[in-house]
Design a protein around this ligand. Structure first.
Ligand SMILES: [Fe+2]
Ligand SMILES: [Fe+2]
Length: 254
């Protein structure tokens, strides 16, 4: 796994840890927001790849700087490493959906320090920066949150925007030819089945597309696959708005 910085302004930085070597578990990205000497992780990953994530993090930031983490929803590829991180530092503040808190404790670390996110989401403060926990319920989990950093224009989108890419993939969708949809079209083939199959609700999807299209986003960062930048952000939201998903739709074309 590699670490790459993609946003930097003064003491405010964003990193992506990506391209997992272990292929028996689903490939997942972990994002790290660093402000000064404090770091927050987005969806810190599965127990089986903890060593890889930790190693990649060490390449870019001191792991001891991790003070907070977001668990967007309950899945094992997101939260099963929680007890391992907590063993490193029991003072980490875990932002977890309130609805899932009692389930996530089944991964271990009963004493971990949880902020239970209410269904409506809302703003949090991290190292003096305002971040927004954006509700994205039923995309795919019934209690699910994304994170928006308005200063960096980074939107962490969890499983929305996920693509299942072969090993050795890049951190970004190629944007050298941003005016052409060619790179996006090639990329989105790896995302289509995932969205049809995993996203259960047309209504939730439409509502999300409407809300998120109003945000100013430079980087749309999914938990699997590659980051959407520039015009590919809008292309993705438009593509998702038109995609049939969920029950009665997912079988089409397969
Ligand atoms: Fe998931
Ligand atoms: Fe996932």
């Amino acid at each position: 796994m590699k670490g790459q910085r993609f946003y930097s302004q003064g003491e405010h930085h964003w990193f992506v840890l990506f391209d997992q070597g272990e292929q028996r578990v689903i490939d997942a990205n972990v994002y790290a927001l660093a402000v000064g000497d404090q770091t927050m992780l987005m969806d810190p990953g599965g127990a089986e790849v903890f060593n890889q994530v930790f190693g990649a993090l060490m390449g870019v930031l001191p792991p001891g700087s991790v003070k907070a983490a977001l668990v967007s929803h309950q899945d094992p590829d997101i939260a099963s490493s929680l007890p391992l991180w907590n063993a490193c530092n029991p003072r980490i503040l875990w932002h977890v959906p309130k609805l899932w808190a009692g389930f996530i404790r089944h991964y271990g670390a009963l004493e971990a320090y949880f902020h239970e996110i209410p269904d409506e989401g809302g703003d949090i403060d991290f190292a003096g920066r305002r971040l927004t926990l954006v509700p994205a319920h039923y995309l795919h989990s019934p209690a699910n949150f994304h994170l928006y950093d308005p200063a960096a224009k980074v939107y962490f989108s969890g499983d929305v925007g996920a693509a299942l890419l072969p090993p050795g993939h890049d951190a970004f969708i190629d944007r050298r030819d941003d005016d052409s949809p060619r790179a996006f079209d090639a990329h989105i083939q790896h995302a289509e089945y995932f969205h049809r199959r995993w996203m259960p609700s047309m209504e939730a999807k439409r509502d999300w597309c409407e809300r998120v299209s109003k945000l100013d986003i430079d980087f749309l960062c999914p938990q699997h696959g590659a980051i959407y930048t520039g015009k590919n952000v809008e292309r993705f939201i438009d593509w998702f708005a038109d995609l049939p998903v969920g029950f009665g739709n997912w079988q089409q074309g397969h």
